[in-house]
Write a protein that binds this ligand. Sequence first.
Ligand SMILES: Nc1ncnc2c1ncn2[C@@H]1O[C@H](COP(=O)(O)OP(=O)(O)OP(=O)(O)O)[C@@H](O)[C@H]1O
Ligand SMILES: [Mg+2]
Length: 168
Amino acid sequence: MGRALYNRPASEGVPPLGESVEGELVYKKIVVGTDGSPTAGVALDHAIGLAKVTGATVHIVNAYKAMTTMAAIGPDFSAPDRGVLEDDARRVCDEAAEAARAAGLDAVTHIAEGDPADALVKIAEHENADLIVVGNRGMMGARRFITGSVPNRVAHHCPCHLLVVHTT
Ligand SMILES: Nc1ncnc2c1ncn2[C@@H]1O[C@H](COP(=O)(O)OP(=O)(O)OP(=O)(O)O)[C@@H](O)[C@H]1O
Ligand SMILES: [Mg+2]
């Protein structure tokens, strides 16, 4: 039997592993952010594992930037077409949803234009989610030694629990 997670104060003690107390299971809706990177994939796997334990629906989010400000730099800069960006975002979400469904879970995808942290917070609010899951690093992770900007920003505005998965 899987390990259960309970929404009760730590002072009341941790129930024995595997014990199910009806109505006390938490994490019924988990929002997970992915940029399609392998490290975000580790965060997704973690979210899927948690959802299997708690019976949660997984809401997968990919945010893309239309880069209108970069396009304004000059005539030589050609910004990717919005449709292409949207297609990429949809592909990233669909692949993640496929992994969640292969694990027997209900999965919902959300593609959003704009800042990823803002999108995650907004969707978690709108969906009344219990938990947001993100990786500690994403696409740029190989080049940095500090936590990515998305977990950092989400932490400041998160409307629910936040899990930053240590992916690297
Ligand atoms: N576009 C996105 N849409 C949804 N979630 C995202 C997106 N980008 C990143 N995330 C989430 O945030 C986690 C950390 O990625 P983040 O972008 O913060 O790190 P980074 O790419 O290494 O650094 P930065 O982008 O700040 O230069 C990812 O593992 C993923 O869970
Ligand atoms: Mg990034």
